[in-house]
Structures are given as structure tokens and as C-alpha cells.
Design a protein around this ligand. Sequence first.
Ligand code: SAH
Ligand code: SF4
Length: 350
Amino acid sequence: MPEPLLGLELVEIQQLLGTGQPRFRARQLYHALYSQRVLNLSDASALPRELRLKLASSYVVGAPVDENHFDSSDGSRRYLLRLSDGRSVEAVLMPEENRDTVCISTQVGCPVNCRFCLTALMGLERNLTAGEIVGQVTFIANRHKLDPSSARLNVVMMGMGEPLLNLDNTLKATRLLTDKAAVGMSPRRITVSTSGIIPKMRELARAEIRPKLAISLNASTDLQRREIMPITRKYPLADLMEACREYPLRPWEKLTFEYVLLRDFNDTEADARRVARLVGRLRAKVNLIALNPGPGIPFETPAPERLLAFQSIVRRAVPCFIRKPRGRDIYAACGQLKRMTAGEEALVNL
Ligand code: SAH
Ligand code: SF4
């Protein structure tokens, strides 16, 4: 099996090329992979033909392949991307007037088992490599002719998987996405979301190059959170909030808290007051998400008035926004990623 090049950092490419090549060759290949985003080695035209052929005997670019895609009536598009081992992950493009958001996956499936999330039903199949994480962005940028170095593009690591349980590859991908000689995005436009893996939040805090952090709060008491996020038994809410207080924010940065509202479970005014108390002293904002329902999910979506009432209370403490559901009709919205194919979708909609 040829090895993928996508995911290698510059030093790794230097090692791979060895001493037989002039030093600038590594930079040329790095540029071809991440700035030009070639799909085949034969398109890396800066490299001599001989070197391209030699590389092609053991390596491929290794970009993901469009296995299927689904268009929502709201303009978002869900891709099912095939990886080299035949498995697939989801990535979603959400175009807006002034920006484009790409939501990418970090694992195939997820081991965390939140009760309101469809990805949880898959369990964990495997971690994605750094190349497979970066590849989702380069694939979508290529396909939709988006310029990753422009301020329009945002990346959120909020697709399938728990990024902090695959932190090394998530950080490596972040370095490749932000290096000016590679994909060239600003770290301010990349957000990683976690269910609250506390030791890994501390490790993330120490990384020299790191995305912004979002925390899936989703409950206002320990008891309530345990019921919907079993990970709370291992990492209780009080400890999570302490880790948030200790988290070193950069001058321009705020913590984002995500809160999925589940009808008659965590959507009352008392919940909102507790959320306001929990986050009130932090430099933070809160994004409210109405549950995106799905087959096998034992919760319902609250009425829009509930969201507004909740927002008006949290807003007294910190900025609070209601996240617009995107791509619900194509199972592309938060927590709906489960590699649903058109056939399965049709069955669900019956
Ligand atoms: N594993 C990470 C990132 C992926 S989930 C995390 O949990 O943070 C991204 C976001 O989608 C999380 O905030 C999660 O709480 C939310 N989410 C999961 N299932 C959902 C659903 N059915 N409806 C709405 N939001 C959901
Ligand atoms: Fe995993 Fe996030 Fe879904 Fe929880 S919400 S199961 S952590 S993807």
C-alpha cells in the first residue's frame, strides 16, 4: 500500500526526501500538498518529473474522495468522504453571506456516548490521522474554490468524534492548517469543541499553536449532566468549570460554551439561571442549540419560545446566541452525523 503524504509536516518531508535532494525540494512538495492542494503527485509540477515518478512508487497524496454528498435546502452540503481504508467520515460546508464554515470530523464515530447525539450510536471505529483531518478542509476548499487564507473561511472541529481524544493528530492538523507556507488559515478561525476531557484541555492549553476552544456544557447540574453525558462521572462539572477558569485565553479570545436544549429536560428558566451563574465570571459566550432530533434519540426539540426565554436570562451574564440549525433536512446538523446514506434517509423520513 502506498503511504499518504498529506499530513506530513515540513521536517517529515525533509526526512522522507533525504539528503539526495536539494533542501528546497521539501518546501516545494509541502507547498504543492497544502497551498496548491494537488490531488496527484503528477500535478506537483514544481518537482522534477524523475522525482515525481520515484515518489509515486511508494507514496500518494492521500486526499479523501467524495463518496456521496447531500444538498440542504438552506445551502449547506454534507459530504461523505471515503478514506484510504474504505471507511468514511462526514464534513459539512455551511455557506453564509459573509462567511463559509466547514465542519470537520476528528474520529470515525465517537466513544463518548452522549445520549442526544447520533454519532454516539456508532461507537468509536478509529481516530483520524492528521492528514485525514486536514484533507477534509483541503477537499472542500478545492471543490468549492474557497481560499483558506481569506477571512471568509472558518473551520469548526465539531463533526464526528471527540477531538481531544485524538489530540496529537488534531494539533498536528491545526499546525498544517495555520502554517502560512501550508494551508495558511488564522488560528482565530479554527475552533475545536470538546465534551470536557479535562486533562486534555490542560494539554491543549500548553500547545504553542492551538485552535479556539468550545466546551459542550449541555447541563447546569452534575446530576443532570451525568444523565445525558456519562463522561461527567469521570470529569465532574465542578472540575470542568475549574479547568475552564484556569484555561489560558489569548488576549483576543473567549471560551465558547455550547448548550443543547432538550425539551423539558434542561430548558427551564432555572436551568438558564444556573448556566448564567456557571459561566458568568468567565470571559465567555454561550451558543444555544435546539436539539436536532434523530432516530433512536430519546429527546425532543424545545419550542422556539423556550430558546428565547433561555437566551434572555443567560444574556444578562454573558453574550448568548441561538445557533441556527443548518442542514437538518440532510442529517448534516450538529449531532446528526452518522454516515446516513440517501436510502437510510428515505426510510427515516417515512
Ligand atoms: N465531540 C465534540 C465535538 C462534536 S459534537 C463535542 O461534543 O463537543 C459538536 C456539538 O454538537 C456539541 O456541542 C454537541 O453537544 C452538539 N450536539 C450533539 N448532538 C446534538 C444534537 N442531536 N442536536 C444538537 N446538537 C448536538
Ligand atoms: Fe461524541 Fe460530541 Fe457526540 Fe458526545 S456530542 S457523542 S462527544 S460527538
